[in-house]
Each structure stands twice: as C-alpha cells, then as structure tokens.
Design a protein. Sequence first.
Length: 187
Amino acid sequence: MLEDPYADIAYLGRPCQYIMTDSCNKSVWTFGRYDSTSLESMNEAIDYLKKMGGYKELELVGYSGGATLALLSAAHRKDVTSIWTLAGNLDPHFTNAFHKVTPMPSAMNPLDFQERLSQIPQLHFYGSKDPIIPYQISKHYRNSLSRQNCISINRVEGATHSQVWNQEWRRLISVKPECRLINDEKE
C-alpha cells in the first residue's frame, strides 16, 4: 500500500498486532482476533482518525485478517462508502474449516451482517497463487450473500498471500467498487 497515490490514508493493525500492552494475551491474538472487543477497538480508532481528519465518509481496505475486521466494521457503521480487500479472510468460520484448523468460537462472522454489507460496494481481490486465502474463500462469501450485486471478485495474476500486492496496488486502486443493477447480476 506504499504505492497508494492518496495522501489521506491511515493504516491500522489488529489489536496487539504491532504494539504489545498488558492487555495483550494469547487469546487476543488467536481466538479473539475477530471478536466484539477487537471490533470495538478498531471502530474507536476509526472514529478518532475520522474526527481528526474531519471526514464524513470513508472507504475501508483490509488485507488478510484485516478484511474480516474491515467487513465487520463496515457492518456496524453508517459512514462506509466501499470496502476493498486483498487476500481477504471474508469468513473466518469457512476459512478455518477449509484449512481444517481449530475454530475460533468468539469470532464474529461478516456473513451474520449480510443485510447491511450487501448494500455496500465491495471489491475483493484474491491471488492466483495464494494457498492461504484461495479463490474458494471469496466465492463462498459472495455465494452466501442473498444480494450479490454490490460484490466484485477479482483475480490478481501471480499474487501469493504476501507477494505482488504492492506492485499491483496502483492498478487495483483504479478499479472502483460499485453496485450493479439487479438485472445485470447474471454472470
């Protein structure tokens, strides 16, 4: 995202991702990373940044697990105009089952808020060589929504989970999220 041409951007990490405090423990980083406490923390930070910058609306971008928090934040706010995700974990429950790893019982699931999310234009980019968040994750998310006209899934050729995104960001950010007319929904 260092290639982002816009000056008015902010980067947020999940609680305890970069700065460890006394409140950081194994639960916060593992099973609690998508729980209501993490979501409240993210929304507090977003509110602060929005107030300091004098913004009325915002776009959220989430990478990997940040995609889950971007979706959850958008579902609980009225000021989000679009959501962009890169290699995004769009459904933690499905992703954990897909990889046959331990479920996160306290994780909130963006699909539980699909009524709100289905109205927000969304762009979900996945890497053609990403074994961590493959196309099936994005496809499952889109297919689980009752309304899909605001969801766009785009393949980024050659991208792994952590490589190629910086080189492609200027091109990716030129794609604008939008909702298609319901009649155009057939693919």
